[in-house]
Design a protein around this ligand. Structure first.
Ligand code: NDP
Length: 453
């Protein structure tokens, strides 16, 4: 049977766009549908605008730091509307680049929703289109807690378009989005409360980094409410009152739910194609990204595995190569995926945490805490750095590297290469440091702090 396209990609986010471009480059007839914005969550309402807001929030600290270096600096008022306007202009530019990338690759673009009619046919904005293969790359959507008054709160999708910056905000959740936006709003001058049900934010990250970040957040004036959950939100005039599980309450102008994301499968018509979901509501796939319907594939957050943009891009690229190239597909290592949290200060990590390593056997831990050079003069000496290496005894392999502090994401990217290449502690020790930097600490950690496992 002749199909309209060789492959139809549903979703023009990071993973879908990469998959479509690479498949087209290999000669396939490719189409992609995007119902909202080209570039998906990361480019429009995620990583990219988030980092712009993080950068905006840093200037208040820089202005204060400068006084320690002799500058007569004071920070003036911040214009939220100007920031959002400049951010929107940059995002529109990036949308254009994504559209052009697809057009130049010869991909047919549909600015419409695609819904399965059957396993080879889609309704794309009212048009009936068939494809030999279909790739689902629809990503995820923020979730909210099922509590009374939940509709009074916002989610990250809304945060990028607020008409004004809240004076007082309650961040709900202790994950990536909550701690990042807590730093953003605090840096811009808001009073910030963070409410989370664990003893520390960022469950799953290394404990020393979690406690270090909690201390730094408190030191910059963010109020942390550990071990509690919101039970209800109430509107009191213009204010929102958040009631907590310990019986207390917080009043604020805005409540922001950062309580996780869920795979975006609603309204895709998966039942018409016979595509099965996991118990958690993600699209179930095998090791080659095939669903239970062999010619339908899924990549990225809709599969709810490692929900990070660069992982979705790698998956999309690999799948397109595997399906349409005569060469072996480009492949990536998912054994130790580096990741960063753009909190204040930032945190970054690759490989095993101390607790994970201890479960696997004997490991040595190397830990250092110090005040980076800038902050010996800046006056923000709460902005300390913590660096940590986890080394497997016997093999001497460095299996984990963690950092909280200035430039942590920039440094951990490089250490991700070392860990992927199975570098040993001896390799680290043989490397000459760059002086004076914080990064040199990673190659000068001589004294073992403790052994675990
Ligand atoms: P996370 O999964 O990181 O965190 C969710 C938070 O909500 C956790 O603190 C969780 O608590 C809490 N939570 C979930 N359910 C409940 C509940 N019923 N009651 C109380 N608390 C609850 O999600 P985010 O929304 O912060 O971010 C979504 C995803 O987006 C991330 O997981 C990540 O994949 C991606 N992301 C990546 C970024 C980066 O790479 N820098 C930045 C932003 C997002 P608990 O820990 O107890 O489950």
């Amino acid at each position: 049977m002749a199909y309209d396209f060789d492959v139809f990609v549903i979703g023009g986010g990071s993973g879908g766009v990469r998959c479509a471009r690479i498949a087209a480059g290999h000669g396939a007839r490719v189409a992609v549908a995007e119902e909202q914005h080209w570039g998906g969550t990361c480019v429009n309402i995620g990583c990219v605008p988030k980092k712009i807001l993080v950068q905006a929030s840093e200037y208040s600290g820089f202005a204060a730091d400068a006084r320690g270096f002799g500058w007569d600096s004071t920070i003036g008022a911040h214009d939220w509307a100007a920031l959002i306007g400049h951010k929107n202009a940059e995002i529109s530019r990036l949308n254009g680049i994504y559209r052009k990338l697809l057009d130049n690759a010869g991909v047919t673009r549909f600015e419409a929703r695609a819904v399965f009619i059957d396993a080879h046919t889609l309704d794309v904005g009212g048009e009936r289109i068939s494809a030999e293969r279909i790739v689902i790359a629809t990503g995820g959507r923020p979730t909210r807690l099922p509590i009374p008054g939940v509709e009074l709160g916002i989610v990250s999708d809304d945060a990028f378009f607020l008409a004004e910056r809240p004076r007082r905000i309650v961040m709900v959740g202790g994950g990536y989005i909550s701690v990042e936006f807590a730093g953003i709003f605090a840096g811009l001058g808001s009073a910030v409360h963070v409410v989370y049900r664990q003893p520390l934010p960022l469950r799953g990250f290394d404990e020393d980094m979690r406690s270090g970040l909690a201390e730094a957040m408190t030191a910059q004036g963010i109020t942390l409410h550990a071990n509690v959950s919101p039970t209800a939100i109430e509107a009191v005039g213009e204010e929102k009152r958040v009631h907590l599980s310990d019986g207390s309450s917080i009043s604020a102008d805005l409540v922001f739910f950062a309580t996780g994301r869920a795979p975006y499968v609603a309204g895709l018509g998966l039942e018409a194609a016979g595509v099965e979901l996991t118990a958690g509501g993600a699209i179930a796939i095998d090791a080659e990204h095939a669903t239970n319907v062999p010619h339908i594939f899924a990549i990225g957050d809709v599969t709810d595995r490692i929900n990070l943009t660069p992982v979705a891009i790698a998956e999309g690229h690999h799948l397109a190569d595997r399906l349409y190239s005569s060469e072996p597909p480009r492949s990536w290592s998912f054994a130790a995926v580096p990741t960063a949290v753009f909190s204040n200060p930032p945190m970054a990590t690759v490989g095993l945490t101390e607790a994970q390593a201890a479960e696997r056997g004997p490991h040595d831990v190397y830990l250092t805490r110090f005040t980076p050079m800038r902050h010996t003069l800046s006056g923000r000496n709460w902005r300390r750095s913590i660096m940590k290496l986890i080394v497997e005894q016997g093999s001497d392999r460095v299996v984990g590297a963690h950092m909280l502090g200035e430039d942590a994401p920039e440094m951990i990217q490089g250490l991700g290469i070392a860990i992927t290449a199975c570098a040993t502690k001896r390799d680290f020790d043989q490397t000459i440091g760059i002086h004076p930097t914080s990064a040199e600490e990673f190659v000068t950690l001589r004294t073992k702090t403790r052994s675990v496992g």
